[in-house]
Design a protein around this ligand. Structure first.
Ligand SMILES: Cc1ncc(COP(=O)(O)O)c(C=O)c1O
Length: 369
């Protein structure tokens, strides 16, 4: 049985009528930018996350970039983050003119090693950007304490973690700002690019909104900043409003899929993802580790089961970062992860039969058949 890695067309089919009618309404309205759907979605998303404000922008990368810019983080400044992440986390820091300072990850959660913060600190450090990678939250208390002791801003990279929580607190509500992506494959995905920043700070929200909209002030054609153009459009906002209503049930299904993998793969020679006792994991990705990763991936591909590697090259080993980033130590956990990680199919529309086929095939690989 073929099992795709993700099935965005199935996701659309499940909501076809609602999405089609929302899109048709926008097209007929003639209002395509900064209209009622953007305002409506910002209010609904802020409420869903539990923050006072949500400002939509053109992508998750821009959400981080514009937040840094709005906080005045730029040339000569350093932002501590991880090397084991989508390269976008680092790119957004570079776009702001600042330098990413890359620390290693925790071997269990794949998230920022909080005890590495001290060694990463310099006179130029302005912010920490924990990445809630794969949908598992970072251990935030030590990050928040370290940031407050050293006068640093905390910007959460929530691109992969809509709905994840740390000790009962939703991601996107703990730092100065939370940066979300609505790239189509994300847990809440648009039919194009999109992003949002959540924050409780009304001034920061207003500044990001302005920077994303040419730097315009309260009055039209009066520019208070040299901003850019990074707006979520009405079509994407209308689609996201429809999809947001299903997000909790999709997350529940992702968690169910993870539970099936835990049951089915428990006796197999693999390392499975953990959910720490203080965490609510939303399984954006279900990432296992195997010393025989290449063989396993090939075996599954031969049986029609698609898997991916997130990510094969950490930021500090990317050609683009042969300069322009600072690495704290040799990052051994990060380097080891890149050769062993494998993302199994994990999406809300996967059928029980498809899931069983993945579990069965991994069992066959293990038993050598
Ligand atoms: C961890 C992480 N941060 C940031 C981003 C950037 O989001 P976008 O692709 O919407 O620009 C992504 C997604 O690619 C991501 O996975």
């Amino acid at each position: 049985m073929d099992v795709p890695y993700v099935d965005l067309a199935a996701s659309y089919s499940g909501l076809k009528q609602e999405i089609d009618s929302a899109v048709a309404e926008v097209l007929a309205s003639g209002a395509y930018v900064l209209g009622k759907n953007v305002a409506g979605f910002e209010g609904e998303f802020a409420e869903w996350v539990g923050s006072r404000h949500a400002v939509t922008v053109g992508s998750g990368t821009d959400a981080i970039f514009l937040t840094l810019k709005a906080l005045g983080v730029g040339a000569g400044d350093e932002v501590i983050t991880v090397s084991h992440t989508a390269v976008n986390s680092a790119l957004a820091i570079s776009m702001a003119g600042a330098t990413p300072v890359l620390v290693d990850i925790d071997p269990e959660t794949f998230c920022l090693q909080t005890h590495a913060l001290e060694a990463a600190l310099s006179n130029s450090t302005r912010a920490i950007m924990p990445v809630h990678l794969y949908g598992h939250p970072v251990d935030m208390d030590p990050v928040l304490e370290f940031a407050s002791a050293n006068g640093l801003a905390v910007i959460e990279d929530c691109a992969q973690a809509h709905g994840a929580a740390y000790r009962g607190r939703n991601v996107g509500t703990m730092g100065r700002a939370g940066c979300f992506s609505f790239y189509p494959t994300k847990n809440l995905g648009a039919c194009g690019d999109g992003g949002a920043v959540t924050t409780d700070d009304p001034e920061l929200a207003a500044r990001i909104h302005s920077l994303a909209n040419c730097g315009q002030g309260e009055e039209r054609y009066r520019n208070v900043y040299k901003g850019g153009v990074s707006r979520l459009d009405e079509l994407q906002a209308a689609i996201l409003r429809v999809k947001l209503r299903s997000l909790d049930s999709w997350t529940a299904r992702r968690r169910q899929v993870a539970a099936v993998y835990v049951d089915g793969l428990a006796d197999i020679d693999l390392i499975l993802p953990v959910e720490k006792e203080w965490a609510r994991h939303v399984y954006h990705l279900y990432v296992i580790r195997s010393e025989r990763r290449e063989e396993l991936q090939g075996f599954l591909a031969d049986r029609g089961i698609q898997t991916l590697v997130h990510y094969p090259v950490p930021v500090h080993m990317q050609p683009a970062y042969s300069e322009g980033a600072r690495t704290v130590g040799a990052l051994p956990v990060t380097v080891k992860a890149m050769d062993t990680i494998l993302s199994l199919p994990c999406f809300p529309e996967i059928t029980d039969e498809q899931l069983a086929a993945v579990v069965r095939a991994i069992g066959e690989f293990q038993s050598g058949s």
